[in-house]
Design a protein around this ligand. Structure first.
Ligand code: UD1
Length: 447
């Protein structure tokens, strides 16, 4: 590995330009919008492109901050990234000269850890920052590290960095995960595509984004297949080739706008997606009394005429796919504040994913937490405008939904969290008739 570049142990988080959303609620959202490409598929494909020296081309990539951060991280490694048109990226990893993923990258985005598997497998070594730990919240990566060790890698951890090495090629192996992990499955799968021999991953995550990644890897010439719903088999190849792929639609973005129709008593048509990857949410919305219709490349949610309290309470529990996605739990929780009675929410994946409901309560929601992962939502609540702060991506979109259902103008701080994962969210809400703008702290419009 070249060692001419500066190596920072210490890292001061860059100041993020503070921006707020100003949202005036109280009117139903109506109209049609197009769903963007899936963040959680695109980021992994960009990482997977480092498995070959040939050019890979991606279309339908969402224009979001996380994609920008991932392409910057790739460029720092010596990967050539072109952006010839909106939503299109070309990646050529022919001249990677720096096998170091710094804390600056990890602090911006947990998905930077997706570079561990491909870089280790293709180049035999990588030094990569831990995205978990105390610095940016408790989300471990032990499953990723154990999977690489199962493939024959040696990994040492020093001062917040993993030093990973393989002695020659990684060796195909049986990888048994103690719990289902989306990125753990994907990292293991990417590493195994260039390993020597067969790898069997079990239980493998069943999220549709994993299958979209498999489809891209197959186009690269990888021998990888989901042989059972919870099993992925990989036969390692010596080389992979460049490929082209259109990223699947973002089911979390689609779900967020579908719920926006529900909480505002509106009518929203989503194009460029279908309901197939969203059955658990469609069931919850149906049980809540919303009218949901599905067709090829289309989803329609109609909540007109339900009236105050017309939404029915529903008990929900998140889980690995095909259960209700944890990323759609916060918007669903907002919907349940409008239900005519009490709903229970069990967040079974992440232990801190209900903390943001404290902000929702400032808007008039009545929520009792029963431990960190269970809540009772007492509906219906008349939501009112408030000044609130966003702590993460999905909570941010959900506070916008709550503000759209509330009377008056809410001021929502921490807008950059939402821009990490939703393409042009204000434009899309404006197209549905919402009153929303993004302003810099102090009131001026951002450039
Ligand atoms: C991915 C998604 C995220 C989604 C989550 C669950 C991306 C970029 N992110 O995150 O949006 O909310 O799946 O659907 O695709 N765990 C460990 N050790 C590990 C890894 C995970 O204990 O090494 C735990 C986590 O703390 C969590 C559970 O496993 O409790 C599942 O997390 P995981 O599926 O790995 O989430 P991510 O892949 O990080």
């Amino acid at each position: 590995m070249a060692d001419a570049r500066p190596f920072h142990w210490e890292y001061d988080a860059p100041a993020v330009a503070p921006e707020r959303f100003l949202v005036t609620g109280g009117s139903p959202l109506e109209g049609t919008i197009r769903v963007s490409g899936a963040k959680n598929a695109a980021l992994k494909m960009l990482a997977a492109a480092t498995l070959t020296g040939e050019r890979c081309r991606f279309t339908n990539v969402p224009e979001i901050e996380d994609v920008r951060a991932m392409t910057e991280t790739l460029s720092d490694l010596g990967v050539v990234v072109d952006h010839p048109a909106p939503n299109t990226y070309e990646v050529s990893a022919g001249d990677v000269d720096w096998l170091f993923v710094p804390l600056e990258a990890a602090a911006k985005m947990r998905a930077s850890f997706m570079l561990l598997g491909p870089l280790l497998s293709r180049f035999g070594e990588v030094v990569i920052s831990n995205p978990g730990g105390d610095r940016i919240g408790r989300r471990p990566v032990d499953l990723h590290v154990d999977a690489m060790r199962a493939l024959g890698a040696t990994i040492d951890y020093r001062y917040g960095y993993y030093y990973a090495k393989s002695n020659g090629r990684l060796r195909g192996s049986e990888i048994r995960f103690p719990i289902v992990s989306v990125m753990g499955t994907e990292n293991a799968m990417l590493a195994a595509t260039l390993a020597d021999g067969q790898t069997v991953i079990r239980p493998a995550a069943q999220e549709p984004e994993v299958d979209d990644l498999i489809a891209f890897l197959q186009k690269m010439g990888a021998d990888v297949e989901r042989t059972y719903p919870d099993t992925i088999e990989v036969n390692g190849k010596r080389r992979l080739r460049g490929a082209e792929h259109s990223v699947m639609p973002d089911r979390i973005e689609a779900g967020t706008f579908a719920i926006a129709a529900g909480v505002t008593g509106g009518h929203v048509i989503l194009e460029g997606t279908d309901c197939d990857t969203m059955n658990a949410l469609v069931e919850v919305m149906g049980n809540a009394g919303l009218s949901v219709s599905c067709g090829p490349g289309r989803m329609e949610v109609d909540a007109r005429g339900l009236g105050p309290g017309g939404i029915k309470p529903v008990d929900v529990e998140t889980g690995p796919y095909p259960a209700l996605a944890t990323d759609i739990q916060p918007p669903t929780t907002v919907l349940l504040t409008q239900a005519n009675g009490d709903s229970k929410v069990h967040e079974a994946i992440f232990e801190d994913r209900l903390e943001w409901t404290g902000e929702l309560a400032k808007m008039g929601a009545r929520i009792d937490l029963n431990g960190p992962q269970r809540a009772i939502i007492h509906g219906p609540s008349k939501l009112h405008a408030a000044t609130v702060e966003i702590s993460d991506l999905r909570a941010g979109a959900s506070l916008i939904l709550a503000a759209l259902a509330a009377k008056g103008t809410s001021s929502i701080g921490g807008a950059h969290h939402v821009r990490r994962g939703y393409e042009n969210i204000e434009r899309k809400f404006l197209d549905l008739g919402a009153r929303i703008e993004r302003v810099q702290e102090g009131g001026s419009k951002p450039a």
